[in-house]
Write a protein that binds this ligand. Structure first.
Ligand SMILES: Cc1cc2nc3c(=O)[nH]c(=O)nc-3n(C[C@H](O)[C@H](O)[C@H](O)COP(=O)(O)OP(=O)(O)OC[C@H]3O[C@@H](n4cnc5c(N)ncnc54)[C@H](O)[C@@H]3O)c2cc1C
Length: 460
């Protein structure tokens, strides 16, 4: 199930690492985060190599929907209340700066990647939600974002009625692989070079050892269990996307759309196709099958397809794909020092399905930190923060999920268990994989690793 991006761009192959090395900086992982971090480090005069276990952009990045926006759902009103106005301002400005930096890099490098400036809309179909949308527009304006509230009648291009929406101006969308393809050409990247262990200044791959001054984990979910305790600080959530064309399907939209409703849909166009996303759920949590008027309704693709067919009856689905992302409890990514104990380790994770701007923010913060430049956003995203008020509910839910998964893994010997921490796995019928509800690792039916944090092809 290839995304519309993977179907249209083939990235240049890179050699495996063939020797031991001594370098200034090693970035582990060549997704959007790893590529941007390496690029900005190199631009600031640093020597940097990227190690990738598979191929460039072969992780979640190839399956994104690639909206470049500071509109990350309904966040700003809550963030002001739970984290304070200064942190919320920092979050908003960092993400707005990230959009601007995309524009600058694309212009400077002359990258043709279908980059398009568009407004972004956060909408609801429910009248009862308009109050929260108005609050969000007000909160975003307080933080310096060009935000306005729009009445439902003003949103006319979606295939259903909308109750209200928040519009952010000067946002963007692009083709992520066309962008990465060009940027990657400037970098030293080793593909099929999997990092097995990191020990202080040593990065140990399946064949070689690299000694580096700084080590950056851009592996989507950081794989070391200790230090950092990232397995206790976030879970993974999966969403699905379809690309459509055909009679009645708009080829262009005037904006990008994201719903705040439970089971709502997101929309954007590409060059001629419409992408619709939705069916979000915690990885490994596949609710009981329900019989609906459309037949058996499962989470994932079939559910989304049913919804989409209700909107565009004659649509042809030309591509479908899924991806997942890390969801931190306090809804702020972890960007910066990996842990207090490891001064020279850095991390970029917890992008909560907004990895395009979050990856750029990671590149800004980490490259400044390494080159000794103060970064005014570093404190906002610091992995060493502790925001109890913002994260306690999700923390308790995640602990409960992990305790349940681990207990099942230990006391039910027939269960398939994850190689990461031993939690019981769940069969995902839509994608034919074994998925972990605790931390989100996924395996093929044969036990080959698909998504981390687990690193080995090992189901117990
Ligand atoms: C359905 C969906 C839609 C989305 N749409 C949007 C959107 O519209 N806008 C937006 O901003 N964000 C969006 N996101 C989020 C965004 O796609 C992700 O946050 C982003 O792609 C994550 O990038 P990454 O570089 O952190 O991870 P990845 O792309 O997964 O890259 C990590 C890389 O690390 C490598 N790796 C792992 N372990 C090792 C190891 N031991 N050694 C070497 N390499 C290793 C992997 O192979 C992989 O290539 C969406 C997410 C989902 C789920």
């Amino acid at each position: 199930m290839k995304s519309i991006w993977s179907k249209s761009v083939k990235l240049e192959k890179r050699e495996e690492l063939a020797d031991d090395l001594r370098v200034q900086n090693v970035v582990i992982g060549a997704g959007i985060a790893g590529i941007l971090i390496a690029y900005l480090l190199q631009e600031k005069g640093q020597e940097v190599i990227v190690l990738e276990a598979r191929e460039v952009a072969s992780g979640q990045t190839k399956n994104t929907t690639a909206k470049i926006t500071s509109q990350h759902g309904l966040i700003y009103h809550d963030m002001i209340n739970t984290c304070g106005i200064e942190r919320a301002k920092g979050y908003a400005r960092a993400n707005e700066t990230a959009i601007q930096l995309y524009r600058e890099i694309i212009t400077k490098e002359g990258i043709d990647c279908q980059f398009e400036q568009l407004p972004s809309f956060l909408y609801s179909t429910k009248e009862v939600e308009t109050k929260r949308l108005k609050q969000e527009a007000h909160a975003a304006r307080m933080l310096g974002i060009k935000a306005t509230y729009k009445e439902g009648e003003e949103i006319t291009e979606l295939p259903f009625e909308v109750a209200g929406a928040v519009r952010f101006d000067d946002q963007a969308q692009f083709h992520p692989l066309m962008f990465i393809c060009e940027l990657a050409k400037k970098l030293t990247i080793y593909e099929h070079t999997k990092v097995i262990e990191v020990d202080d200044y040593m990065v140990i791959t399946d064949r070689h050892v690299i000694v580096a001054d700084n080590i950056i984990f851009a592996t989507h979910y950081p794989f070391p269990i200790l230090p950092g305790y990232y397995f206790l600080r976030q879970h993974q959530s999966r969403s699905y996307a379809l690309a459509l064309e055909g009679e009645g399907v708009p080829k262009r939209l005037k904006g990008m759309y994201f719903s705040i409703d439970k089971d709502g849909l997101s929309f954007r166009h590409t060059k001629g196709e419409l992408i619709i996303g939705g069916s979000t759920h915690r990885t490994g949590k596949y609710g009981a099958k329900k019989i609906t008027e459309h037949g058996i309704d499962k989470t994932g693709f079939s559910h989304l397809e049913q919804k989409v067919k209700n909107c565009y009856k004659k649509a042809d689905i030309i591509a479908k794909w899924a991806a997942q992302d890390c969801m931190p409890h306090d809804k702020i990514p972890f960007i910066g020092k990996f842990s207090m104990r490891m001064e020279h380790w850095y991390v970029a994770t917890g992008f909560q399905k907004w990895g395009m701007t979050s990856a750029m923010v990671s590149a800004m913060i980490i490259s400044d930190c390494i080159t000794g430049k103060e970064n005014s956003y570093a404190k906002v995203f610091s992995p060493q923060r502790f925001l109890l008020k913002a994260g306690i509910k999700d923390f308790m839910l995640d602990v409960g999920e992990s305790v349940w998964g681990l207990t099942k893994g230990v006391f039910a010997p027939k269960e398939k268990c994850c190689g990461h921490m031993g939690c019981a796995l769940v069969w995902n019928e839509d994608e034919d994989t074994w998925d972990c509800p605790c931390h989100g690792s996924r395996y093929t039916a044969e036990g080959e690793i698909v998504d981390g944090p687990a690193q080995e092809d090992k189901i117990r």
